[in-house]
Design a protein around this ligand. Structure first.
Ligand code: A2P
Length: 274
């Protein structure tokens, strides 16, 4: 499971493990605590959390209790999507730091509040990003970036802030076309992280991907995760189950170019929100 420890180098020189454990919808308390502890014992080095997931407390506790030196673990958190002002950002960041000590990667969770997607928060995004730059200067964040940002959202940060985001974390999986954002980020040396590489699980029912999986003697989940890894992004598959954590990190095989090209032809976002 070499991808748990292999790293990419961010545009500021920091290393980031190539696969992380997603924790969206993993409840604070036993569920988040046990999931993160299991993952760390299995060799995961990279845990993706967020203020909005409300599980930083258990993530932080699991990290402490794991006995693994903090500096060997890479933890991400994100500023709640509705916080777009300096004071609110500072209060929320201080609360995160209480749980996590310091944070390896801190992101603006979205360019707009989830409750009002598409709202123009250009000024607010600059205001909170500047706060994040201060925490970077203090050494309490090691890297900073954004999530769910499109090129114009990122350009706004590039135009008004000092630090080029290290990362843009986006929903990326077979079938969803993110090429415009990915190309823009490549041009600016911003690493893409892929959340929901399994399309929150719905992609696993896709017959075409199942056929590719059979051909390689791998699971459908492994093909989905390997696909985004081979695209040079950081997969963040979410699971609370130990056997799936093992499966999702067991990616030491290569999808041939012609099969990647075939997977590229699959279209459609299978996610359902019911
Ligand atoms: P669970 O947590 O019960 O394992 P995504 O990472 O795309 O958001 O997908 C997460 C969903 O996929 C969760 O419902 C998770 O369920 C499920 N899942 C994660 N890994 C696997 C796997 N290897 N096989 C089948 N389902 C998986």
């Amino acid at each position: 499971m070499k991808y748990l420890t292999e790293t990419y180098t961010l545009n500021n020189g920091q290393k980031i493990p190539k696969i992380g454990l997603g924790t969206w919808q993993v409840e604070n308390g036993d569920e988040a605590y046990n999931s993160v502890l299991k993952a760390l014992k299995l060799g995961y080095k990279h845990i993706d959390s967020a203020q909005g997931y409300q599980n930083e407390e258990s993530v932080g506790k699991a990290i402490k209790d794991s006995g693994i030196p903090r500096e060997e673990i890479f933890v991400t958190s994100k500023l709640e999507s509705h916080i777009k002002d300096r004071e609110g950002a500072i209060a929320a960041i201080e609360a995160s730091l209480k749980h996590l000590g310091y944070i390896d990667l801190f992101l603006i969770h979205a360019p707009w509040p989830w409750s009002n997607m598409g709202q123009d928060c250009s000024e607010g995004n600059v205001e909170v990003y500047k706060v994040m730059e201060e925490y970077l200067d203090k050494g309490l964040f090691k890297s900073i970036g954004v999530s769910n940002f499109n090129p114009s959202d990122i350009q706004n940060i590039l135009d008004h802030c000092d630090v080029v985001p290290q990362v843009n974390q986006i929903g990326y999986f077979i079938g969803i076309d993110q090429s415009i954002t990915i190309d823009f980020c490549k041009e600016h040396n911003i690493l893409i992280e892929a959340y929901s590489p399994l399309g929150i699980g719905y992609l696993l029912a896709n017959k075409d991907i199942q056929d590719v999986a059979k051909k390689y003697g791998k699971s459908t989940a492994q093909i989905c995760i390997r696909y985004v890894l081979q695209k040079g992004t950081v997969p963040l598959p979410k699971t609370t189950k130990e056997y799936r954590m093992i499966e999702n990190a067991d990616l030491d095989f290569e999808i041939k170019a012609q099969d990647m090209a075939f997977l590229d032809t699959i279209e459609g976002d299978p996610r359902r929100w019911d």
